[in-house]
Write a protein that binds this ligand. Sequence first.
Ligand code: DP6
Length: 358
Amino acid sequence: MRTDQPTVRTDQQTVRTDQQTVRAEQPVATAVAHPNIALIKYWGKSDEKLFLPRTDSLSMTLSVFPTTTRVRLAPEAGQDTVVFNGEPATGEAARRIVAFLDLVRERAGSPVRAVVDTENTVPTGAGLASSASGFAALAVAAAAAYGLGLDARGLSRLARRGSGSASRSIFGGFAVWHAGNPDGTPQEADASSYAEPVDAAGLDPALVVAVVNAGPKEVSSRTAMRRTMDTSPLFEPWAESSRADLVDMRAALGRGDLAAVGEIAERNALGMHATMLAARPAVRYMSPASLTVIDSVLQLRRDGVAAYVTMDAGPNVKVLCRRADTDRVAAVVREAAAGGSVHVAVPGPGARLLDEGV
Ligand code: DP6
Protein backbone atom coordinates (compact mmCIF):
# COMPACT_ATOMS: atom_id res chain seq x y z
CA MET A 1 0.00 0.00 0.00
CA ARG A 2 1.16 3.53 -0.57
CA THR A 3 2.43 5.28 2.49
CA ASP A 4 2.32 8.86 1.26
CA GLN A 5 -0.75 10.87 2.06
CA PRO A 6 -3.66 10.24 -0.29
CA THR A 7 -6.30 12.82 -1.01
CA VAL A 8 -10.01 12.26 -1.16
CA ARG A 9 -11.96 14.84 -3.13
CA THR A 10 -15.34 15.88 -1.90
CA ASP A 11 -17.86 18.19 -3.46
CA GLN A 12 -17.04 20.89 -0.94
CA GLN A 13 -13.49 20.22 0.13
CA THR A 14 -10.28 18.31 -0.26
CA VAL A 15 -9.15 16.39 2.76
CA ARG A 16 -5.59 15.25 3.30
CA THR A 17 -5.11 12.38 5.64
CA ASP A 18 -2.39 10.07 6.93
CA GLN A 19 -4.81 7.15 6.63
CA GLN A 20 -6.24 5.52 3.53
CA THR A 21 -9.61 6.97 4.30
CA VAL A 22 -11.37 9.96 5.80
CA ARG A 23 -14.83 10.69 7.06
CA ALA A 24 -16.25 13.31 4.74
CA GLU A 25 -19.48 14.03 2.92
CA GLN A 26 -20.06 13.19 -0.73
CA PRO A 27 -16.54 12.01 -1.35
CA VAL A 28 -15.08 10.51 -4.47
CA ALA A 29 -12.31 7.94 -4.19
CA THR A 30 -10.51 6.07 -6.93
CA ALA A 31 -8.40 2.95 -6.42
CA VAL A 32 -6.32 0.72 -8.63
CA ALA A 33 -5.59 -2.97 -8.05
CA HIS A 34 -3.92 -5.76 -10.00
CA PRO A 35 -4.98 -9.38 -10.35
CA ASN A 36 -3.11 -12.14 -8.58
CA ILE A 37 -2.43 -15.69 -9.64
CA ALA A 38 -2.41 -18.36 -6.94
CA LEU A 39 0.57 -20.69 -6.71
CA ILE A 40 -1.25 -22.55 -3.94
CA LYS A 41 -4.90 -22.49 -4.92
CA TYR A 42 -8.04 -21.42 -3.13
CA TRP A 43 -10.73 -23.92 -4.07
CA GLY A 44 -13.71 -24.45 -1.78
CA LYS A 45 -15.29 -22.49 1.07
CA SER A 46 -15.93 -23.44 4.67
CA ASP A 47 -18.40 -20.54 4.94
CA GLU A 48 -20.04 -19.23 1.77
CA LYS A 49 -21.59 -16.15 3.34
CA LEU A 50 -18.35 -14.97 4.95
CA PHE A 51 -16.13 -16.21 2.09
CA LEU A 52 -13.98 -18.31 4.37
CA PRO A 53 -11.79 -20.65 2.31
CA ARG A 54 -11.29 -24.31 3.19
CA THR A 55 -7.51 -23.98 2.91
CA ASP A 56 -4.82 -21.32 3.00
CA SER A 57 -3.64 -20.11 -0.40
CA LEU A 58 -0.66 -18.18 -1.71
CA SER A 59 -0.35 -15.93 -4.75
CA MET A 60 1.69 -13.52 -6.81
CA THR A 61 0.14 -10.16 -7.63
CA LEU A 62 0.76 -9.27 -11.27
CA SER A 63 2.23 -6.15 -12.83
CA VAL A 64 -0.32 -6.29 -15.68
CA PHE A 65 -4.11 -6.03 -16.17
CA PRO A 66 -4.98 -3.33 -13.58
CA THR A 67 -8.54 -2.50 -12.59
CA THR A 68 -9.34 1.13 -11.76
CA THR A 69 -12.50 1.81 -9.78
CA ARG A 70 -14.04 5.11 -8.78
CA VAL A 71 -16.71 5.29 -6.10
CA ARG A 72 -18.75 8.48 -5.75
CA LEU A 73 -21.33 8.77 -3.02
CA ALA A 74 -24.68 9.94 -4.41
CA PRO A 75 -26.94 11.09 -1.54
CA GLU A 76 -29.57 12.13 -4.07
CA ALA A 77 -29.83 8.67 -5.63
CA GLY A 78 -32.37 6.00 -4.72
CA GLN A 79 -30.17 3.16 -5.92
CA ASP A 80 -26.59 2.32 -6.79
CA THR A 81 -25.33 2.77 -10.34
CA VAL A 82 -22.60 0.49 -11.64
CA VAL A 83 -20.72 1.28 -14.84
CA PHE A 84 -18.36 -1.34 -16.17
CA ASN A 85 -15.92 -0.42 -18.96
CA GLY A 86 -18.21 2.45 -19.92
CA GLU A 87 -21.40 0.34 -20.05
CA PRO A 88 -24.09 0.03 -17.36
CA ALA A 89 -23.53 -3.27 -15.53
CA THR A 90 -26.47 -5.63 -15.22
CA GLY A 91 -27.29 -9.09 -13.89
CA GLU A 92 -25.01 -11.03 -11.59
CA ALA A 93 -22.02 -8.67 -11.93
CA ALA A 94 -24.10 -5.67 -10.80
CA ARG A 95 -25.81 -7.69 -8.06
CA ARG A 96 -22.45 -8.69 -6.53
CA ILE A 97 -21.22 -5.10 -6.49
CA VAL A 98 -24.44 -3.79 -4.89
CA ALA A 99 -24.29 -6.58 -2.27
CA PHE A 100 -20.71 -5.53 -1.51
CA LEU A 101 -21.74 -1.86 -1.20
CA ASP A 102 -24.52 -2.95 1.19
CA LEU A 103 -21.87 -4.54 3.40
CA VAL A 104 -19.76 -1.37 3.33
CA ARG A 105 -22.82 0.76 4.12
CA GLU A 106 -23.75 -1.48 7.02
CA ARG A 107 -20.27 -1.00 8.47
CA ALA A 108 -20.28 2.74 7.83
CA GLY A 109 -23.81 3.14 9.23
CA SER A 110 -24.67 5.00 6.03
CA PRO A 111 -27.76 4.66 3.82
CA VAL A 112 -26.14 6.65 0.98
CA ARG A 113 -26.07 5.08 -2.49
CA ALA A 114 -23.06 5.23 -4.78
CA VAL A 115 -21.98 5.47 -8.40
CA VAL A 116 -19.30 2.89 -9.16
CA ASP A 117 -17.27 3.29 -12.33
CA THR A 118 -14.85 0.47 -13.15
CA GLU A 119 -12.30 0.13 -15.93
CA ASN A 120 -11.03 -3.41 -16.17
CA THR A 121 -8.12 -4.25 -18.47
CA VAL A 122 -8.19 -7.99 -17.88
CA PRO A 123 -10.52 -10.21 -19.94
CA THR A 124 -13.46 -10.77 -17.59
CA GLY A 125 -14.60 -14.22 -16.49
CA ALA A 126 -11.84 -16.10 -18.28
CA GLY A 127 -9.98 -17.45 -15.27
CA LEU A 128 -7.65 -14.46 -15.26
CA ALA A 129 -8.61 -13.26 -11.82
CA SER A 130 -10.71 -10.26 -12.90
CA SER A 131 -12.78 -10.57 -9.71
CA ALA A 132 -9.59 -10.36 -7.62
CA SER A 133 -8.46 -7.01 -9.01
CA GLY A 134 -12.08 -5.87 -9.29
CA PHE A 135 -13.08 -6.38 -5.67
CA ALA A 136 -9.68 -5.28 -4.31
CA ALA A 137 -10.04 -1.95 -6.14
CA LEU A 138 -13.69 -1.64 -5.09
CA ALA A 139 -12.87 -2.41 -1.45
CA VAL A 140 -10.16 0.25 -1.30
CA ALA A 141 -12.24 2.90 -3.11
CA ALA A 142 -15.50 2.16 -1.24
CA ALA A 143 -13.77 2.01 2.15
CA ALA A 144 -12.27 5.43 1.43
CA ALA A 145 -15.50 6.94 0.10
CA TYR A 146 -17.56 5.71 3.07
CA GLY A 147 -14.81 6.60 5.57
CA LEU A 148 -14.26 3.13 7.07
CA GLY A 149 -10.68 3.91 8.10
CA LEU A 150 -9.33 0.41 7.46
CA ASP A 151 -5.71 -0.68 7.48
CA ALA A 152 -4.35 -3.12 4.88
CA ARG A 153 -5.46 -6.17 6.84
CA GLY A 154 -8.95 -4.73 7.28
CA LEU A 155 -9.10 -3.99 3.55
CA SER A 156 -8.03 -7.57 2.81
CA ARG A 157 -10.85 -8.91 5.01
CA LEU A 158 -13.31 -6.58 3.31
CA ALA A 159 -12.16 -7.43 -0.24
CA ARG A 160 -12.57 -11.12 0.65
CA ARG A 161 -16.31 -10.57 1.08
CA GLY A 162 -16.58 -9.58 -2.59
CA SER A 163 -14.47 -12.40 -3.98
CA GLY A 164 -12.17 -14.61 -1.94
CA SER A 165 -9.11 -14.18 -4.14
CA ALA A 166 -9.45 -10.36 -3.91
CA SER A 167 -8.16 -10.57 -0.32
CA ARG A 168 -4.70 -11.28 -1.78
CA SER A 169 -4.68 -8.44 -4.35
CA ILE A 170 -4.59 -5.87 -1.55
CA PHE A 171 -0.90 -6.74 -1.31
CA GLY A 172 1.85 -6.54 -3.90
CA GLY A 173 4.37 -9.31 -4.60
CA PHE A 174 3.54 -12.56 -2.87
CA ALA A 175 0.73 -12.95 -0.34
CA VAL A 176 -0.68 -15.75 1.77
CA TRP A 177 -4.40 -15.80 2.60
CA HIS A 178 -5.22 -17.47 5.90
CA ALA A 179 -8.22 -19.77 5.95
CA GLY A 180 -8.99 -18.54 9.46
CA ASN A 181 -11.33 -20.16 11.94
CA PRO A 182 -14.86 -20.91 10.71
CA ASP A 183 -15.90 -22.26 14.13
CA GLY A 184 -15.84 -18.97 16.03
CA THR A 185 -18.68 -16.46 16.24
CA PRO A 186 -19.38 -14.77 12.88
CA GLN A 187 -17.34 -11.77 14.04
CA GLU A 188 -14.40 -13.94 15.12
CA ALA A 189 -14.59 -16.02 11.95
CA ASP A 190 -14.70 -12.90 9.77
CA ALA A 191 -11.74 -11.35 11.57
CA SER A 192 -9.65 -14.53 11.33
CA SER A 193 -9.34 -14.73 7.54
CA TYR A 194 -7.14 -12.22 5.71
CA ALA A 195 -4.08 -12.07 3.49
CA GLU A 196 -0.64 -10.78 4.35
CA PRO A 197 2.60 -10.34 2.44
CA VAL A 198 5.15 -13.13 2.10
CA ASP A 199 8.82 -12.37 1.64
CA ALA A 200 10.27 -13.80 -1.55
CA ALA A 201 13.17 -11.40 -1.98
CA GLY A 202 15.51 -14.07 -3.37
CA LEU A 203 13.21 -14.91 -6.26
CA ASP A 204 13.23 -13.10 -9.63
CA PRO A 205 10.16 -14.61 -11.27
CA ALA A 206 8.04 -13.85 -14.29
CA LEU A 207 4.64 -15.21 -15.21
CA VAL A 208 3.96 -15.68 -18.91
CA VAL A 209 0.20 -15.61 -19.44
CA ALA A 210 -1.13 -17.43 -22.51
CA VAL A 211 -4.68 -16.30 -23.28
CA VAL A 212 -5.97 -19.10 -25.50
CA ASN A 213 -9.59 -18.05 -25.06
CA ALA A 214 -10.65 -14.70 -23.61
CA GLY A 215 -14.38 -15.47 -23.62
CA PRO A 216 -16.35 -15.90 -20.40
CA LYS A 217 -16.33 -19.37 -18.85
CA GLU A 218 -19.33 -21.68 -18.87
CA VAL A 219 -19.24 -22.50 -15.15
CA SER A 220 -18.27 -19.79 -12.66
CA SER A 221 -15.51 -20.62 -10.20
CA ARG A 222 -18.01 -20.07 -7.40
CA THR A 223 -20.38 -22.73 -8.74
CA ALA A 224 -17.54 -25.06 -9.68
CA MET A 225 -15.85 -24.96 -6.29
CA ARG A 226 -19.15 -25.62 -4.53
CA ARG A 227 -19.90 -28.59 -6.78
CA THR A 228 -16.37 -29.92 -6.30
CA MET A 229 -16.64 -29.77 -2.52
CA ASP A 230 -20.10 -31.33 -2.55
CA THR A 231 -19.47 -34.17 -4.98
CA SER A 232 -15.80 -34.82 -5.75
CA PRO A 233 -14.20 -37.76 -3.91
CA LEU A 234 -10.83 -36.15 -4.66
CA PHE A 235 -11.56 -32.86 -2.89
CA GLU A 236 -10.57 -33.80 0.66
CA PRO A 237 -7.29 -35.50 -0.35
CA TRP A 238 -6.38 -32.43 -2.41
CA ALA A 239 -7.20 -30.06 0.48
CA GLU A 240 -5.00 -32.17 2.73
CA SER A 241 -2.10 -32.19 0.25
CA SER A 242 -2.54 -28.47 -0.34
CA ARG A 243 -1.77 -27.81 3.31
CA ALA A 244 1.52 -29.66 2.88
CA ASP A 245 2.16 -27.84 -0.42
CA LEU A 246 1.85 -24.50 1.36
CA VAL A 247 4.49 -25.45 3.92
CA ASP A 248 6.84 -26.56 1.13
CA MET A 249 6.03 -23.45 -0.91
CA ARG A 250 6.86 -21.06 1.91
CA ALA A 251 10.20 -22.81 2.41
CA ALA A 252 10.96 -22.70 -1.35
CA LEU A 253 10.08 -18.98 -1.52
CA GLY A 254 12.28 -18.32 1.49
CA ARG A 255 15.23 -20.00 -0.27
CA GLY A 256 14.49 -18.21 -3.55
CA ASP A 257 14.30 -21.64 -5.21
CA LEU A 258 12.32 -21.02 -8.41
CA ALA A 259 12.40 -24.64 -9.59
CA ALA A 260 10.89 -25.83 -6.31
CA VAL A 261 8.31 -23.00 -6.31
CA GLY A 262 7.31 -23.97 -9.84
CA GLU A 263 7.10 -27.70 -9.13
CA ILE A 264 4.90 -27.14 -6.08
CA ALA A 265 2.68 -24.63 -7.89
CA GLU A 266 2.23 -26.98 -10.84
CA ARG A 267 1.31 -30.00 -8.76
CA ASN A 268 -1.08 -27.94 -6.64
CA ALA A 269 -2.88 -26.53 -9.69
CA LEU A 270 -3.11 -29.82 -11.58
CA GLY A 271 -4.39 -31.44 -8.39
CA MET A 272 -7.10 -28.79 -8.13
CA HIS A 273 -8.15 -29.48 -11.72
CA ALA A 274 -8.21 -33.21 -10.92
CA THR A 275 -10.71 -32.54 -8.10
CA MET A 276 -13.00 -30.81 -10.60
CA LEU A 277 -12.71 -33.54 -13.21
CA ALA A 278 -13.92 -35.95 -10.53
CA ALA A 279 -16.89 -33.73 -9.58
CA ARG A 280 -20.36 -34.91 -10.58
CA PRO A 281 -21.01 -33.67 -13.18
CA ALA A 282 -17.37 -32.97 -14.06
CA VAL A 283 -16.07 -29.43 -14.47
CA ARG A 284 -13.36 -29.16 -17.11
CA TYR A 285 -11.67 -25.84 -17.77
CA MET A 286 -8.75 -27.27 -19.75
CA SER A 287 -9.23 -27.14 -23.51
CA PRO A 288 -7.15 -28.76 -26.26
CA ALA A 289 -5.39 -25.40 -26.64
CA SER A 290 -4.48 -25.41 -22.92
CA LEU A 291 -2.96 -28.88 -23.27
CA THR A 292 -0.90 -27.78 -26.27
CA VAL A 293 0.58 -24.95 -24.18
CA ILE A 294 1.20 -27.31 -21.25
CA ASP A 295 3.01 -29.73 -23.57
CA SER A 296 5.21 -26.94 -24.87
CA VAL A 297 6.18 -26.08 -21.30
CA LEU A 298 7.04 -29.72 -20.56
CA GLN A 299 9.28 -29.67 -23.64
CA LEU A 300 10.96 -26.47 -22.43
CA ARG A 301 11.71 -28.26 -19.18
CA ARG A 302 13.22 -31.22 -21.00
CA ASP A 303 15.38 -28.64 -22.80
CA GLY A 304 16.66 -27.39 -19.46
CA VAL A 305 14.47 -24.28 -18.88
CA ALA A 306 12.81 -23.97 -15.47
CA ALA A 307 9.20 -23.32 -16.56
CA TYR A 308 6.06 -24.52 -14.77
CA VAL A 309 2.35 -24.19 -15.45
CA THR A 310 -0.57 -23.11 -13.35
CA MET A 311 -4.22 -22.74 -14.39
CA ASP A 312 -7.35 -21.33 -12.82
CA ALA A 313 -11.05 -21.45 -13.63
CA GLY A 314 -10.56 -21.10 -17.37
CA PRO A 315 -8.54 -22.51 -20.27
CA ASN A 316 -5.73 -19.95 -20.12
CA VAL A 317 -2.30 -21.10 -18.98
CA LYS A 318 0.15 -19.18 -16.83
CA VAL A 319 3.80 -20.18 -16.96
CA LEU A 320 6.14 -19.41 -14.09
CA CYS A 321 9.79 -18.97 -15.02
CA ARG A 322 12.92 -16.98 -14.17
CA ARG A 323 12.75 -13.42 -15.38
CA ALA A 324 15.95 -14.02 -17.36
CA ASP A 325 14.20 -16.82 -19.32
CA THR A 326 11.11 -14.75 -20.17
CA ASP A 327 11.87 -14.15 -23.85
CA ARG A 328 12.55 -17.80 -24.57
CA VAL A 329 9.52 -19.01 -22.64
CA ALA A 330 7.24 -16.38 -24.20
CA ALA A 331 8.41 -17.31 -27.72
CA VAL A 332 7.69 -21.02 -27.18
CA VAL A 333 4.34 -20.35 -25.51
CA ARG A 334 3.33 -17.88 -28.24
CA GLU A 335 3.90 -20.51 -30.88
CA ALA A 336 1.98 -23.12 -28.89
CA ALA A 337 -0.89 -20.72 -28.19
CA ALA A 338 -1.29 -20.14 -31.94
CA GLY A 339 -3.78 -17.33 -32.42
CA GLY A 340 -3.90 -16.52 -28.71
CA SER A 341 -2.23 -13.60 -26.98
CA VAL A 342 0.74 -13.82 -24.65
CA HIS A 343 1.46 -11.37 -21.82
CA VAL A 344 4.44 -11.17 -19.49
CA ALA A 345 3.96 -10.21 -15.85
CA VAL A 346 6.38 -9.76 -12.98
CA PRO A 347 5.42 -9.23 -9.32
CA GLY A 348 3.19 -6.15 -9.23
CA PRO A 349 2.03 -3.57 -6.67
CA GLY A 350 -0.67 -3.82 -4.05
CA ALA A 351 -4.01 -2.01 -4.26
CA ARG A 352 -3.85 1.72 -3.63
CA LEU A 353 -5.85 4.89 -3.68
CA LEU A 354 -5.10 7.21 -6.55
CA ASP A 355 -4.46 10.82 -5.92
CA GLU A 356 -7.38 12.55 -7.64
CA GLY A 357 -5.07 15.36 -8.68
CA VAL A 358 -6.84 18.10 -6.76
C1 DP6 B 1 -9.23 -20.97 -9.30
O1 DP6 B 1 -12.00 -15.81 -5.80
O2 DP6 B 1 -13.09 -16.05 -8.06
O3 DP6 B 1 -8.71 -18.65 -9.22
O4 DP6 B 1 -14.55 -16.33 -3.77
O5 DP6 B 1 -16.32 -17.41 -5.12
O6 DP6 B 1 -15.46 -15.15 -5.78
P1 DP6 B 1 -15.15 -16.48 -5.14
O7 DP6 B 1 -14.08 -17.20 -6.07
P2 DP6 B 1 -12.77 -16.64 -6.75
O8 DP6 B 1 -12.01 -18.04 -6.97
C2 DP6 B 1 -10.70 -18.10 -7.45
C3 DP6 B 1 -10.34 -19.52 -7.65
C4 DP6 B 1 -9.04 -19.75 -8.40
C5 DP6 B 1 -7.91 -20.06 -7.45
C6 DP6 B 1 -7.31 -18.91 -6.68
O9 DP6 B 1 -7.33 -17.76 -7.13
O10 DP6 B 1 -6.78 -19.18 -5.60
